[in-house]
Write a protein of this length. Structure first.
Length: 239
């Protein structure tokens, strides 16, 4: 049994399939995906549907799943006078922002082609995503979370952090959160980490491992790490 972690697939279904082949994922292995399966890339719903068939894959929530859920609820609203009156301007603004600036159009396009039953299955599936995971591999303790630990304090338990702290905020890679726990995050493309001398590759610093290597951007990669031995795997973006 081996344990793998990747993040921020962002609808890049073909890259995801290539990664599964590259790591030769077995049914006895575990694969953690640290959120942002959806948006930007061409096939977000296909990514979700693939993961739904894989019981050894543990998906976690990213900020893009949160945005998508709000949009799905809006799209699924039955058009009645009472229902329309309950839609807030904040919801309308959030859905507009998701579509125009956060790559939601590709997700909505595929979602709109689903049957009512399949739509509900997608919503229920995302709602079951975990917010964080704690695990031990070998002699190392890991904390897996999409974004980081905003408003960090060594006295705080993980349950004391808000969803916003864990999912929306970015990790501070200049701060070592823990001496005895390695924190693995997505959300921040390694190309954007200040002081990173090897952009586009998995980034290690201060008991952090950052694994979002910008799969949805030109020149980016989908990255995975095997926690058992630290081996790194990459699928290059070809477009």
């Amino acid at each position: 049994m081996a344990t793998y972690v990747l993040s921020d697939i962002h609808g890049e279904y073909d890259m995801f399939l290539k990664m599964l082949d590259k790591i030769a994922l077995k049914e006895t292995d575990e694969l953690y995906i640290l959120g942002d399966l959806v948006d930007r890339g061409p096939h977000p719903i296909k990514v979700l549907q693939k993961v739904m068939t894989m019981p050894n894959v543990i998906p976690m929530v990213g900020n893009h799943e949160l945005m998508a859920l709000e949009a799905f609820e809006f799209v699924n609203t039955e058009i009645t006078e009472g229902a329309l009156a309950e839609i807030t301007q904040e919801t309308l603004d959030n859905v507009s922002l998701w579509l125009e600036h956060n790559g939601g159009a590709t997700t909505l396009k595929e979602y709109g082609k689903l049957s009512t039953e399949d739509r509900q299955e997608i919503v229920d599936f995302i709602r079951d995503f975990s917010i964080y995971e704690e695990l031990s591999v070998g002699d190392t303790e890991y904390l897996l979370v999409h974004g980081g630990l905003s408003n960090f304090s060594p006295e705080k338990d993980i349950e004391d952090y808000s969803l916003h702290d864990l999912v929306w905020k970015h990790a501070d890679y200049d701060t070592q959160y823990f001496e005895d726990v390695t924190v693995i995050t997505g959300h921040t493309p390694t190309q954007m980490i200040k002081g990173n001398d090897n952009p586009g590759r998995i980034f290690h610093k201060n008991n952090h491992i950052a694994i979002d290597c910008g799969a949805c951007f030109n020149g980016g990669r989908l990255a995975a790490i095997r926690l058992d031995d630290g081996a790194e795997f990459y699928v290059e973006r070809t477009e």
